[in-house]
Ligand binder design. Structure first.
Ligand SMILES: Cc1cc2nc3c(=O)[nH]c(=O)nc-3n(C[C@H](O)[C@H](O)[C@H](O)COP(=O)(O)OP(=O)(O)OC[C@H]3O[C@@H](n4cnc5c(N)ncnc54)[C@H](O)[C@@H]3O)c2cc1C
Length: 444
């Protein structure tokens, strides 16, 4: 992450610089880049996204190869692997346990979080309480950008109208819970190749000064069968249908999607795609809780491209991708010289799996292309923003004994991809809390 981001968030730079390597040593690897990622690297440089900053975790303008959580054998590490650094005698992990509600003591001046109500993997109900003898005991919510605002609201911390509508006993009204959520729009151009290319996930990235990131992935549709059932990160099956507001998700749209899916251009998936992601979107949305059951996923609307700057950044990104496509590195690998720019854009519109009605005949209008083909890169964040719901130490305003430490607190998605920073936050805050509680005895 760049020093500017760290300054804006108000983190302690020294501790940040200690926390990233702590994560990196345990679960991050350097990828061996294959032909698609190498062509992107060269193409980005030829298109002016320079300099080449080499293999680096740093967020620098230009082109770089970042780290990966996949090792050479394809094993993917996760945050769960970090538990290896814990003391198992002091930790109890419950799998498939769902917290339904945070419990508060409302007798004092301020409500105090004292426990949680949860359901275990067998469906049995439990209530567990903090050790009241230790004043510093607290509950730390890490349910993510959708789960954390949902849990706060269901526990009585949220906008007045939501609490009233759902009949939830208010603990504290806060109009900002579940608000100002954003998701970085992702738009892709599908690139047919001369022959099937090796599968690759995002490894090479271009960081432009104009506020869009260029990345790529390849090798998802090696056969016509696989094309029709799975599109890698473009798959409807992994949540790519959520790009329009919930109320517009109708049965007709679902039918027309099913129809489109049968007619997806096979050649689009024979190669790979180059995507652009808008940095720090200014378009904002919100989360709406549908009922008091924690297992009902809330409605979330991100209002993609409602802010004109996001659209400008997308257009810039798509234009940059068009330049990359015509660089020698990509032309050698792809079949691109057989297609005009318009044809490539049209094919990309047809290959897209969102629910948005398409304008396949209007590919000259790149703004329209951006609106039509937007999907998520799953970097949604916000809902419990620092300064609105939590303070800079991630303590929930207005109550004691409760913090939220996860992607819901982020005003802007960090880096090109947020996961490393979200994990870093875990280590960073863990060390800070230990220092607060134990001082020098924390030994760190
Ligand atoms: C499909 C997909 C692909 C992605 N790819 C990348 C990538 O390549 N690179 C990258 O940097 N980022 C990627 N991301 C984004 C990254 O995973 C997230 O930004 C990051 O995981 C956010 O961390 P978090 O701790 O805020 O939330 P999460 O990782 O979502 O963790 C929240 C956890 O809380 C649990 N939870 C929620 N509610 C409750 C409850 N009531 N009780 C108990 N548990 C609960 C959830 O099950 C979940 O395990 C991807 C995300 C997705 C969905």
């Amino acid at each position: 992450m760049g020093p500017r981001y760290v300054r804006e968030v108000g983190w302690d730079g020294k501790l940040v610089n200690e926390s990233y390597p702590w994560i990196e040593r345990r679960i991050v690897h350097w990828p061996k880049i294959g032909p698609w990622q190498d062509a992107l690297r060269k193409g980005l440089l030829q298109a002016g996204v320079s300099p080449f900053n080499g293999y680096t975790f740093d967020h620098l303008y230009g082109t770089k190869v970042g780290g990966t959580i996949f090792d050479e054998s394809g094993y993917r590490s996760t945050a769960a692997d970090l538990l290896q650094a814990s003391n198992p005698r002091k930790l109890r992990v419950l799998l498939h346990a769902t917290v339904q509600k945070i419990l508060f003591n409302t007798q004092g001046q301020k409500p105090k979080a004292i426990g949680v109500q949860f359901k275990d993997e067998l469906g049995n109900q439990h209530e567990v309480y903090l050790n009241q003898k230790t004043a510093a005991s607290e509950i730390i919510v890490t349910s993510g950008a959708i789960g954390s605002p949902q849990l706060l609201i269901l526990s009585g911390i949220g906008p007045k109208e939501d609490l009233e509508r759902l009949g939830i006993k208010p603990i504290l009204q806060n109009q900002h819970v579940g608000k100002q959520m954003s998701d970085n729009p992702m738009n892709s151009i599908f690139v047919p190749t001369k022959k099937p290319v090796k599968q690759s996930l995002i490894e090479t990235v271009g960081i432009t000064k104009a506020g869009s990131f260029i990345e790529a992935s390849s090798g998802f549709g090696q056969s016509s069968d696989s094309i029709h059932c799975h599109h890698g990160i473009m798959s409807a099956e992994i949540g790519q249908l959520s790009t329009i507001p919930p109320k517009q998700r109708s049965l007709e749209l679902a039918r027309s999607f099913a129809q489109t899916k049968r007619a997806i251009p096979v050649e689009a998936f024979r190669g790979g795609f180059i995507l652009e992601k808008v940095e720090g979107p200014l378009s904002k949305g919100q989360l709406t809780i549908l009922n008091t059951d924690i297992e009902t996923t809330p409605n979330v609307t991100f209002n993609y491209f409602s802010h004109p700057q996001d659209l400008r950044r997308c257009v810039f990104g798509i234009r940059t991708i068009e330049q990359i496509l015509h660089t020698k590195s990509f032309a050698d690998l792809s079949n691109i010289h057989n297609y005009s720019n318009d044809e490539v854009l049209r094919m990309s519109v047809q290959a897209n799996v969102n629910f948005i009605p398409k304008h396949t005949n209007d590919t000259k209008n790149v703004e329209q292309f951006c609106r039509d083909t937007v999907i998520t890169i799953w970097h949604y964040h916000g809902g419990c923003h620092v300064g609105k719901v939590v303070d800079r130490d991630y303590r929930v305003f207005g109550v004691d004994g409760l913090r939220v430490i996860d992607g819901s607190t982020l005003l802007k998605s960090p880096g090109t991809n947020p996961q490393a920073t979200v994990m870093m936050m875990g280590r960073y805050m863990g060390v800070k809390i230990l220092r607060e509680r134990l001082g020098r005895a924390a030994g760190m």
